[in-house]
Each structure stands twice: as structure tokens, then as C-alpha cells.
Write a protein that binds this ligand. Structure first.
Ligand code: PMP
Length: 360
């Protein structure tokens, strides 16, 4: 039976990448060592590290005046590092509140400075992207933070806000590398790796040079972007194996047409699933405003929540795994990141159709 894993993260990785990692596990390229066993200062690992950065730069078209940092602490630690490093003595920062993750980022920032909620979609239970002309931005804000894709709510921005001189900061944890972004529009981009990049334990930060080196006094050493930028993310021992795996995923992406090709495939997969939900005569329902529906995380409910358990049981038996929705919203959630093949979404849609006929 073919297994399809719809987990929101840690999530499915490309089969070819797992097979390559398996082949290279005990002896990397004739070095006689596993990547896990290498000194991070040795020439083998240094090469892996540099190649991963170069490939990410290439894939995302990252301009010269940005640093790529490989850090730890997940996206959560960025919720703290961003205000610590980017407030730069300014009075406040703008946050756009579109759901669970932006709320968490905002609440953490409140520990370090004043937060202005520039926009929110709480009025409709976090189911849409607030139109830019309704935002209440502060022209003196230290930065504006938003979440490009809300992993739990399934709300994704199809556009990038223009904040002028105010640096734009984006949590791209769940949609990085799934669609092209013009990095030059951002001051800082960050993402936990465990969805579209690789295993958990690594966070990627892409930060413009002029925003580095102005951390608040008493910022812990490990939380200062400058420390990591100056040391090329090797101030401390980096999560070497996670970086190696991320590097394999970057190479897989390049071999498969890069981010533009991923976007086309992701549009196709998402269309297939949303069309099935919308055509189910209400048996399945996605609460998100059509234009703002995520291509990565598709939340949906069943008309009768009493059927949830049976739906999950039957899905599991067919090899369609980890479809249970986030505990805060219930229902189902299918995460269909880059590494989910179209065949996986087709298998899910086929099952959903059968289940609806059986129980509808
Ligand atoms: N932001 C978003 C959009 C996420 O989806 C997640 C994880 N699901 C996080 C932040 C937190 O990531 P981590 O667990 O790596 O701290």
C-alpha cells in the first residue's frame, strides 16, 4: 500500500531525498563518516553547509545584501529574536493578526516593546486575509510582522504588503519555497524547517544586512543575529544533520524545476482538493474565504462531526495518514507541501468521494 502523509509538520519529505540520505548514512561520499559524526569545522561538513546556503540563495533568488542563517529554537525562538534585534530603540512594531501563529508572534513581542495590531481577521474567526487598504500601519513602526500562511487556519496571503521603508518581516514556516517570493521586498524572512525544508530542529532566517547588529542591550549572545551572521551560523555547533537534509531537499527542488515548478504543482494539488470539498454538496466544508485559501494546509469539516472518527479510521486503513485537524479547530486538515505528490491528493479526493457516498 502506498502511504501518503498529510501531517502539518514534521511533514512528508521527498522519497528520493530519504533514499539518498539512507544510502549516505554510514559513509558520506567515501569519507568513512556519517554526516552526524563529522566535526562542523571539518572540510566535509563545511562544504555541505556552504552548498546548502548557496542552493537556497539560488532557489529563492536571495540578493547579496541578505544573510542566510541556520539557527535552532524553531520558529518560536524567532518570535523573541525578531523584537530583540529589530526594535532598534523604536517605540513599537506593527503586527498583522491572522490566526494562531501571528497571535503567538505578537504576544511574544509584547514582552519587548509596544505592539500595534495593524490588522486582524478575528471578526470572522480568522478565515480571510484583511484587505491592505483596511490596515492601520504606523509609519514609524520598527517593522511589520505577518504570517504568509497560517498553518492551522489555512489562510494564505496571495500578495505581499508594501510597507515602504518599514521593514517587512514574514513568518514563512509553512509556505517557504512553495511559491516564488521577491526577497528584496522583505527585511527578514524566517521558517521552521519541518514542513517544506527538512527535519525539525533547524530554523532558516534570511535577513537584510542593515537589520543586523542593532540588538537590544543585554540580548543573550545566542539570540543576536550578528553573532550568527559573523560566524556563518557556526558560532555554536549547528544542527549539522538537519542542515545536510535541508541541503538534499534544496537539491531535489533544483532538480525538479525550482520554486516556480513547485508553485504550478501546488496550485494543481490545492485546486483538486478544494474543488472536491466545494462539490460535495455540503458533506465537506472549508470555512476559509476562497481567494485566501492556503495551498499548503487545507482545513475542512464533515457535515456531521460524529463521523470524524470513522473518516479518520477509514483514511488510515487506506494509507492516508495524519488528517486529524489541529486540536484548536477540530475537523480535518490535509497538509500538501511540496513533497506531497499529486497522486496523494488524488487518493485523498477519491477516498473523500467514496466516504461521502457511503455516509452522505
Ligand atoms: N509559525 C508557523 C506558521 C507554524 O506553522 C509553526 C509550527 N507549526 C510555527 C510558527 C512554530 O514553529 P516551531 O514549532 O518550529 O517553533
Amino acid at each position: 500500500m502506498t502511504i501518503y502523509n498529510f501531517s502539518a509538520g514534521p511533514a512528508v519529505l521527498p522519497k528520493e531525498v530519504l533514499q539518498q540520505a539512507q544510502a549516505e548514512l554510514p559513509d558520506w561520499h567515501g569519507s568513512g563518516m556519517s554526516v552526524m559524526e563529522m566535526s562542523h569545522r571539518g572540510k566535509e561538513y563545511m562544504g555541505i553547509h556552504a552548498q546548502a546556503i548557496a542552493d537556497l540563495r539560488d532557489l529563492m533568488g536571495i540578493p547579496e545584501n541578505y544573510k542566510v542563517l541556520f539557527l535552532q529554537g524553531g520558529a518560536h525562538l524567532q518570535f523573541s529574536m525578531i523584537p530583540l534585534n529589530l526594535l532598534r530603540g523604536k517605540a513599537s512594531a506593527d503586527y498583522v493578526n491572522t490566526g494562531e501563529w501571528s497571535k503567538k508572534a505578537m504576544n511574544e513581542a509584547k514582552k519587548f516593546g509596544k505592539v500595534n495590531e495593524a490588522a486582524s481577521n478575528a471578526d470572522k474567526n480568522f478565515t480571510y486575509v484583511p484587505a491592505f487598504d483596511s490596515w492601520n500601519c504606523d509609519p514609524n513602526a520598527a517593522y511589520l510582522h505577518y504570517t504568509t500562511n497560517e498553518t492551522i487556519g489555512g489562510v494564505e496571503f496571495g500578495w505581499v504588503p508594501d510597507t515602504g521603508v518599514v521593514p517587512l518581516v514574514a513568518d514563512m514556516s509553512s509556505n517557504i519555497l512553495s511559491r516564488p517570493y521577491d526577497v528584496s521586498k522583505f527585511g527578514l524572512i524566517y521558517a521552521g524547517a519541518q514542513k517544506n525544508i527538512g527535519p525539525a530542529g533547524l530554523a532558516v532566517v534570511i535577513v537584510r544586512d542593515d537589520l543586523i547588529g542593532q540588538a537590544a542591550a543585554n540580548t543573550p549572545t545566542m539570540l543576536d543575529y550578528k553573532i550568527h551572521a559573523d560566524a556563518d551560523s557556526m558560532y555554536n555547533t549547528p544542527p549539522t544533520y538537519g542542515i545536510y537534509m535541508a541541503g538534499l531537499v534544496f537539491q531535489w527542488l533544483k532538480k525538479n524545476g525550482g520554486v516556480a515548478a513547485m508553485e504550478q504543482a501546488n496550485i494543481k494539488k490545492a485546486d483538486l482538493l478544494y474543488t472536491a470539498i466545494d462539490a460535495s454538496n455540503g458533506f465537506y466544508h472549508c470555512p476559509v474565504n476562497k481567494a485566501d485559501r492556503s495551498r499548503m494546509n487545507v482545513p475542512f469539516t464533515l457535515k456531521d462531526a460524529n463521523l470524524d472518527g470513522e473518516f479518520l479510521k477509514q483514511a488510515d486503513a487506506r494509507g492516508l495518514l495524519q488528517l486529524k485537524g489541529h486540536r484548536s479547530v477540530g475537523g480535518m486538515r490535509a497538509s500538501i507541501y511540496n513533497a506531497m505528490p499529486l497522486a496523494g491528493v488524488q487518493a485523498l479526493v477519491d477516498f473523500m468521494g467514496e466516504f461521502a457516498r457511503q455516509r452522505g
